[in-house]
Each structure stands twice: as C-alpha cells, then as structure tokens.
Design a protein around this ligand. Sequence first.
Ligand code: NAD
Length: 469
Amino acid sequence: KGPGSVNDPELESTPGMDPFTDTLQRLREAFSSGRTRSAEFRAAQLNGLSRFLRENKQLLQETLARDLHKAAFHSDISELIICQNEVDLALRSLHTWMKDEPVAKNLVTQLDSAFIRKEPFGLVLILTPWNYPLNLSLVPLVGALAAGNCVVLKPSEMSKCAERVLAEVLPRYLDQSCFAVVLGGPEKTGKLLEHEFDYIFFTGSPRVGKIVMAAAAKHLTPVTLELGGKNPCYVDDNCDPQTVANRVAFFRCFNAGQTCVAPDYVLCSPEMQARLVPALQSAITRFYGDDPQSSPDLGRIINEKHFQRLRDLLSCGRVVIGGQSDESDLYIAPTVLVDVQETEPVMQEEIFGPILPIVNVRSLGQAIDFINRREKPLALYVFSKSSQVVNQMLDRTSSGNFAGNEGFTYLTLTSLPFSGVGKSGMGRYHGKFSFDTFSHHRACLLSHSGLEMLKNIRYPPYSDCRQKL
Ligand code: NAD
C-alpha cells in the first residue's frame, strides 16, 4: 500500500464501508481550495513527475521487464522517453496553454472582451490498461495535472509490478492532497465508478469502455474512451516486399503484439502474399534469431488467460511461420497465418499477440470494401509505392489514426492527436490535445457596465423597432 493509495483490505471487508469516500472527499476539498489552479502549482506537479521518471529510470525499466519481458531500449522508446517528452512539452508550454484565448467579435460585441478560458474540470479519474502501463498512466496524467485537476489514477491490476511502483513510488513526487492511486480489479473499479467524477479518461477494451460510459452517464460525466479493435494493413502489389515485411513484422511483434495500434491483419493479393511470407520470415529471423524464444528482445504474454486465448487462435487458418508456444514461459512465437476465413476467431476479435493473419483481396477497391464493412479501426495502415493508392485508402475509409508506408511512429509526435473513432473510441490526447481534453473551454464575454444607449435597441417593445434603428 503506497502513501497515496487506497487499498485497505480491512475497509474492503467491513460491510457498508466504502474505501473511496475519504480519499475522494480529500481530493474534492483540495480542488475547492483553488490550490491546483495556479501555474506554479501545476508546474510543481509536472516537475515532480519529471523527477519521478529521471530518478527511477532503472527501477522503471526493471518493472517493465518483469511485467512484460521488455528490453530496456524497448521500455525507453515506447514508455519512458514518450512520458518524458510529454512532461517537458507541458512544462515548456504551460503558460501559453493556460492563457485566455481571444476570439473574433461581431458588431454588437466590438467594445467587449470575448475569450475562451481553459479551466480545470475538478476531480478526474484515469483508468489504464496493462500493455504500456507507465505510458498509458503517465501521459494522460501529464494532461490532467497541467490542466489543474485533482486526479485519481487506477492502474491495471494485471501489470502487477508497474501497479506497485505507481502506487508506492509515484505519489511521493506529487502533492498527495490532490493525487491518489487506487488499486483493484473489475469489481472494485465498478464500485469506484459509482462515485461522481468531473471527468473520466479510460484506456482499455471496448467491452469495459461500455461499462465505464454507462457508469459515467449516471452522473452525466464527460468521458474520453481510448479503445481497441482490429487494425487493417493493406499491402499493395506495387511495393518492395522486404521493406514492407520489416516494418509490418516489427510493429506486429513490438511488445509481443500487445499494442492497441498494432497492424492486426494484412490484406493483399495472393501474388503479394507469396512474396511477403518469405520476406516476413526473413525479417523475424533477423530481429529475433532462429529461436525467438531465446531472444532478449521479444516480449511475453501478460498472463495465462491471454496466453490460452492466443494459443487457441493458432489453430485458425494455416501456419506458415512460427506457431510454437510455451505456457511455462508465456511465450507465443511470431506467427503468420494464411488461408484464414473471415468467420474464424482470429478475424473476429482483436488479436493482441504476435500473430498475423493474411487475408486475400483482389484489388484496392476490395480491400476498402472489406475495411468499410467492419467497425472503424483505431489505426489503418497502407503500404504502396503509389501515392494514389495511399491517398485513395485515406480518402475512402475512416480510422482513429492512419499511416502510409509506416507503422505507429505517429505516436512519437506530440503534435498529432491520438484518438479512436466510432467503436475504437472518442476524445483525443497527447501534447496540447491532452491539456485541452482535461480543460473545460469556458466561453466568456465581459461587457461594459455603461454604454446602455447602445444596447437599448434589443429591449422590447419591438413595435417601435424601426424608430430605434
Ligand atoms: P480492460 O478493458 O480489460 O481493462 C482496462 C482497465 O479497466 C483496467 O484498469 C481494469 O482494471 C479495468 N476494468 C476491467 N474490467 C472492468 C470492469 N468490469 N469494470 C470496471 N473496470 C474494469 O483492458 P486491458 O485488457 O487492460 O487492455 C487491453 C485493451 O485495451 C485492448 O482492447 C487494447 O486495444 C486496449 N488499449 C487501447 C489503447 C488506446 O490508446 N486506444 C491503448 C492500450 C490498450
């Protein structure tokens, strides 16, 4: 149990006692005091977060290695550097972001002052998954703190080491009257969601996203939902198979495939498939050697439940690369499946593992139809030397994020909003988008107390309107 955390088994087992009431009350009082609103306070929290990242770098790398077998370099590029960049940007930009934004005026308001004030919502709840447990907790946290909110963070119970570090170490770097970490699984989170928050930021599965949104609706609480789904990857005949294979294999196997924006399946012609499969084999061998299980650079599946689910998916279609698994090590080999039917489980559910099915289509048009018949994905990828093909895919489909001839490198740009669309989510964050997400944009018009003569025209009776004009 960390200093800022709520995880008291005694309270939990006491009938009628709610383990969250006191903490939430404390945070609400802190917010009401106005303490979190000043730029100085916000900067102090962000500096605390920055120190947490710098002073605990090795601990954080070890934590991610234990939870997900992440190599230190992997942890740096996918979690720690991304968090650090977000904090640094927020610290550099805080004063600009916080400034009132003047807006255009009309004739009637020429002499007034019209602007948008970015004000904090109040008490914010951030719920996070296990696959990038630090990144997906801290990046939203940067936005919430920069915007001047009090925050309850509920990390995933599945990435146990990261959960512990977030609960025990992180609060020491932040003002604990304004920040708390809450621990627990589905049941306890359900109880937490009965409480009223001013904003809920959820990252996770569409299934739980619906539970969160339903709970938020009871209090009319606004939500951001960062969800998942199946991300298509179209490979045109006009491309270099080895270049495509390198990029697709890298982004599919990154974090053992447990990435919400990973390419989930490939759409290509049978001819391209014949060239792509050996190229994928060559890329996988180059990255992870002849025995990927002994590679220090390949992640592991988070737990037995997900391992079993993935092992079952290996029986779909026909295995042409990989297919091995080892339960004692939670290892699933980088695997490519062909001859896959649309009705098979591997084409029905988000894979979230190092398995890549290939589905044949005859043309770009057929690929676009295939994609548009399904839910709008979180990410969509297209590989082609033809900019026409890339642009047609962009113009005729919809997705949260889009990349041509690349994987999810767009995540490194704080200048781009990250978001889902349709069933892959709602709301956006990263960089200034995070600050805006966690701020209410208050419309303000400050007028003069004098100049009543000018305003006279609007008052009834309107029968003498012409005379007034
Ligand atoms: P999850 O939805 O199972 O869990 C997310 C959070 O919700 C966890 O903190 C968990 O404790 C909590 N939770 C689980 N069941 C709950 C319930 N019944 N009631 C209340 N809270 C509950 O997701 P996960 O398995 O941790 O993560 C994998 C999913 O997250 C995938 O679908 C993936 O695509 C998605 N994801 C999305 C993004 C994104 O940015 N869009 C990023 C990472 C992961």
